[in-house]
Write a new protein. Structure first.
Length: 380
């Protein structure tokens, strides 16, 4: 079914110069609980943009459904699951041509009544309806509307909605005859294949639900199905919570492991520094350098390599010294004695050359200079 709504549709756009959707209220002086409020629940021939997309609300469908709004709870934020969310009741409703559904309600909460009187709240209908096709613009056409509750919200989905303190001045309220009310109730109760709609600007997580036939067996079947879906949703939420808990536990374990590895790494660094200083202290003996200076200048591997070289050189020098300390046989030959002296000089020269080479590798410039001076004396 397709309907062209270019002539009948009233699209409302809120602007800075228009009071559309803003409560215009009176003070509460002289009133007591319950506080009476009134307003427009939804405008005729409006296109609303709620959680389930754009929808066209024909004036005739609203006229037929208006009495289903009488007696429904007045709630907060479409929360109809908790007792504390019910803050009043719609006590009268009527269809005003060119306007839409006007209502009168009682509010039990003084704080909410104060907010209404200060123009800070709007209203939003919660309804079941059938899918009546699409308009030429693609909006869903609602049919067989049945209201479930009227909710106080910060911003309603109907552009024409408003709520203010006091009794309604509309003449259409309570003006229907008994026969008219019976006819409207009969028509509003005969719909099927309806959708569940909350008229708010904010998107909600409520899925569009198929309504039931008026007969009791199908009603019970849908109730059971809804309970099963609720149980499945609850189980899914529990599984999600358990998954999140496992993820948090795994993350905590990984953090502990990283912390432990960092501590082990710190201990290894301390141990490496200790060994490095030991090498530096060994190399600093007999040199003009302090152990700290050597440790700062050379890496661990360099210190270890130089230490091994120095240790090997010391072993070689000790063996050479022992060989030199062994007295040569006395022959009484002066020429032989001179020869022995020359050999001693050559041995010392070789030792000095070896030391100079080691000092040069270690960077011991002062010790190297002393050894070079002695070498020049021997060669002179």
């Amino acid at each position: 079914m397709s309907t062209d709504t270019s002539e009948d549709t009233v699209e409302h756009t809120a602007g800075s110069s228009s009071p559309t959707g803003v409560a215009r209220c009176e003070s509460l002086e002289g009133q007591s609980e319950p506080y009476t409020v009134h307003g427009v629940a939804i405008g005729a021939n409006e296109v609303t943009h709620g959680a389930n997309g754009p929808k066209f609300w024909p004036a005739e469908e609203l006229r037929r459904a208006v009495q289903s709004l009488v007696g429904v709870p007045l709630t907060k934020n479409h929360d109809d699951d908790r007792v504390e969310s019910v803050v009043g009741e719609v006590i009268d409703a009527g269809f005003e041509p060119g306007v839409g559904i006007v209502f009168e309600a009682e509010v039990d909460d003084e704080d909410l009544a104060t907010k209404i009187s200060r123009g800070r709240l709007e209203v939003s209908v919660h309804a079941l309806h059938r899918d009546g096709g699409r308009t030429g613009e693609g909006e869903l056409i609602v049919e067989d509307v049945q209201f479930l509750d009227l909710s106080l919200v910060p911003r309603g989905g109907s552009p024409s909605n408003f709520v203010e303190a006091g009794e309604s001045p509309s003449e259409v309220l309570a003006s229907l005859s008994t026969d008219e009310v019976a006819e409207i109730l009969e028509e509003s109760g005969s719909g099927s294949d309806t959708e569940h709609e909350s008229m708010t600007d904010d998107d909600t997580d409520e899925p569009e639900e198929e309504a039931l036939e008026a007969d009791e067996p199908e009603s019970n079947a849908e109730t059971e199905e809804a309970e099963v879906e609720a149980d499945e949703t609850e189980e899914a939420e529990v599984e999600s919570d358990e998954t999140e808990a496992d993820a948090d536990l795994e993350e905590a374990e990984l953090r502990d492991e990283v912390q432990s590895l960092r501590a082990e790494n710190q201990e290894l660094r301390k141990e490496l520094q200790s060994v490095r200083l030991e090498y530096a202290e060994q190399l600093s003996e007999g040199s003009p350098f302090e152990a700290a200076e050597l440790a700062e200048k050379f890496s661990f591997d360099e210190l270890r390599e130089k230490f091994d070289e120095a240790e090997a050189s010391l072993v070689t020098n000790e063996e050479t010294s022992e060989a030199e300390a062994t007295p040569a046989p006395q022959t009484g030959d002066a020429e032989s004695e001179l020869s022995t002296g020359d050999e001693d000089n050559e041995s010392e020269i070789a030792e000095l050359e070896s030391k100079i080479e080691n000092y040069d590798e270690l960077g011991w410039d002062a010790a190297k200079a002393e050894a070079e001076a002695r070498l020049e004396e021997l060669r002179a």
